[in-house]
Design a binder for this molecule. Structure first.
Ligand code: PRP
Ligand code: URA
Length: 209
């Protein structure tokens, strides 16, 4: 069974509260999502292995540490996942970025794929799938399956807010994928929105509606 990591750093929690607020406009919403994604990158990379290296400082030779040859790709689920890309890249600048376009059919709530462009070597990379909302889990599960079908072996899922239903779906479908989230909310409403959640992440990021 995969693990669910609740990222309870005070800065993450504080900023997610501001993101939830219905009075937060698109500009501030975008900035906050980017900042939270950057803070989450710090937590998600916590298990990256280090190797000992020697570095010559102006004063002498230091035995120090470097991340050992890790190849990372960040994979936003379009559209709302785009809001988290730059924050992640601030801390993992060498990462490649793959894109998976999925939207949720408003009637069936099933994910519909419309775009995919991935680095050619996904099978060799640590993949970090990002999407602010994990609601029914249909989109995240489909995106992860998509990556596995192309050879991906190491995948983590990062979201801002998750519903219990979404966590259950991803854990059932992908027991090898750990989930990182700032909050697990109460439930989904009849339209598949997370309650209390933050509303429609894509619309709030991009000012559409
Ligand atoms: C939202 C969100 C997730 C999905 C979550 O995207 O960004 O991708 O819904 O719902 P699920 O867990 O039930 O699949 P949406 O389909 O609204 O598309 P958008 O990002 O283009 O706005
Ligand atoms: N997608 C969103 O943007 N918000 C939700 O609450 C659920 C799915």
């Amino acid at each position: 069974m995969s693990e669910v990591h609740i990222l309870d750093h005070p800065l993450i929690q504080h900023k997610v509260t501001l993101i939830r607020d219905e009075n937060t406009g698109s500009k501030e919403f975008r900035e906050l999502v980017e900042e939270v994604a950057m803070l989450m990158a710090y937590e998600v990379t916590r298990d990256f292995p280090l190797q000992e290296v020697e570095v010559k400082t102006p004063v002498g030779l230091a035995k120090a540490k470097k991340i050992s040859g890790r190849k990372v790709a960040i994979v936003p689920i379009l559209r709302a996942g785009l809001g988290m890309v730059n924050g992640m890249l601030r801390l993992i600048p060498a990462a490649k970025v793959g894109h998976i376009g999925l939207y949720r059919d408003p009637e069936t709530l099933q994910p519909v794929e419309y775009y995919c462009k991935l680095p050619t070597d996904v099978s060799e990379r640590d993949l970090i799938v990002i999407d602010p909302m994990l609601a029914t889990g249909g989109s995240a599960s489909a995106a992860i399956q998509f990556l596995k079908d192309r050879g991906a072996k190491k995948i983590k899922l990062v979201c801002l807010i998750a519903a219990p239903e979404g966590i259950k779906k991803v854990q059932e479908d992908h027991a090898d994928v750990d989930i990182y989230t700032a909050a697990v909310d109460e439930r989904l409403n009849d339209h598949g929105y997370i309650v209390p959640g933050l509303g429609d992440a894509g619309d709030r990021l991009f000012g559409t509606k």
